[in-house]
Design a protein around this ligand. Structure first.
Ligand SMILES: Cc1ncc(COP(=O)(O)O)c(C=O)c1O
Length: 378
């Protein structure tokens, strides 16, 4: 059979998490918490199950949750979205990304992506017959080279995909980036996919630059969110996409046949939490403390941290320890030193991999302490 995705293998997250499990290593590779969510959230889901909310949700999502999402966008970003026509609940951010790309990209279209690049983006483009045009973020600050983006735009450019706060680099977009982006897309029909799944995990008092804040960007953007990241429930796979009505109409054509609708009792429970503004307002401080703890624990070692401005990831430069390629070192670090991480080469398409590994600090303090002790020994 001729593969539609001939270069796609098993994702690096699956590979490293399995290796960590097989070898008993501390798993700072895949991005998920090793602590539990708020027990009241589990109680709320159980209550909705017991009360019989166990059948298909409406295709576009439970109204209470769509309304709560729209209220959050208004409160945080001053953006008004119609919950009926512009907000869709999805089975995780991943489904939202896939449907948005598939809704917009036709065979022969080009989509600009930035490397290091979250691993689902390029397959989503290619399975729709599009071509990913890869622009490299500038190591080591991972800034967007806007002149290169300008040069990469052609009449076939259908979409630009951005991610801030950014996985795996923990870099963020600033107001100046938004201004450059707005200039570049003005007068074109280029859509934007803005992956904002880490919107609430941003540090040092800096504000999140959502596409929703800027009218000229909002009008062409699919904004992707994930409750997995926000409520420590990555296994529940519930997210959302907000987009202007004309984009949402096309988006829902895909969504209704990819998954039709998303887990009903979980949507009801999340609606309550979101409406009561629970969880997300304190998330940045919660993870900032974990970032600082992890940095403190490894300070004075041969690992050099790069700035982590958002997400729950920390890049560490290992050039003082070894000159091995990142994949080789990540494997050896797991097998011989008992700490699993993610090599950034897994997110790269054309740039040579720098000597950095990604560590997830969404972990209990004792997990971070145990991992840091092993890292310090190198
Ligand atoms: C940048 C980015 N986008 C999207 C996702 C997917 O989110 P979800 O788990 O809700 O599908 C992730 C998850 O790790 C991510 O890091």
């Amino acid at each position: 059979m001729k593969s539609k995705l001939p270069t796609v293998g098993t994702t690096i997250f699956t590979v490293m998490s399995k290796l960590a499990a097989d070898t008993g290593a501390i798993n700072l590779s895949q991005g998920f918490p090793d602590f539990d969510c708020d027990p009241a959230l589990v109680d709320a889901v159980a209550r909705h199950m017991r009360e019989g909310r166990n059948q298909y949700a409406p295709m576009q999502g439970v109204p209470a949750l769509r309304q709560a999402i729209a209220r959050k966008f208004l409160a945080l970003y001053g953006a008004s979205y119609d919950p009926d026509a512009e907000v869709t609940v999805t089975s995780g951010g991943t489904e939202g990304i896939f449907d948005a790309v598939a809704a917009v990209v036709h065979p022969g279209d080009e989509v600009i992506v930035f490397e290091p690049c979250y691993d689902s983006y390029v397959p989503a483009i290619e399975v729709s017959g599009g071509t990913a045009v890869v622009v490299s973020l500038r190591y080591p600050d991972y800034a967007v080279p806007w002149d290169e983006v300008r040069a990469a735009i052609t009449p076939r450019t259908r979409m630009i995909m951005l991610n801030s706060p950014h996985n795996p680099t923990a870099a963020i977009l600033g107001a100046d980036d938004m201004a450059r982006l707005a200039q570049l897309v003005a007068g074109t029909d280029i859509s934007i996919l803005s992956d904002e799944v880490y919107e609430h995990i941003i540090f040092d008092g800096v504000r999140h630059e959502s596409m929703a804040r800027y009218a000229t960007l909002r009008e062409r953007s699919f904004i992707v969110g994930s409750f997995g990241k926000t409520y420590h429930v990555t296994g529940w796979k519930v997210g959302y996409v907000v987009a202007p009505a004309r984009l949402t109409a096309e988006f829902r054509k895909l969504h209704q046949f990819v998954t039709f609708s998303t887990n009903t009792p979980v949507q009801h429970a999340l609606a309550e939490f979101l409406d009561q503004q629970r969880g997300y307002p304190e998330l940045a401080a919660f993870y900032e403390r974990k970032r600082d703890l992890f940095l403190d624990l490894i300070s004075g070692s041969r690992w050099t941290p790069l700035p982590s401005r958002g997400t729950y990831f920390q890049l560490l430069d290992y050039s003082a320890i070894t000159s091995e390629p990142d994949m080789d070192f990540a494997l050896r670090l797991t097998k011989e030193h008992g700490v699993a991480s993610i090599p950034t080469s897994a997110f790269l398409y054309k740039q040579a991999a720098p000597p950095v590994l990604r560590f997830c600090f969404a972990k209990k303090d004792e997990t971070l302490r145990a991992a840091a002790e092993r890292l310090r020994a190198l």
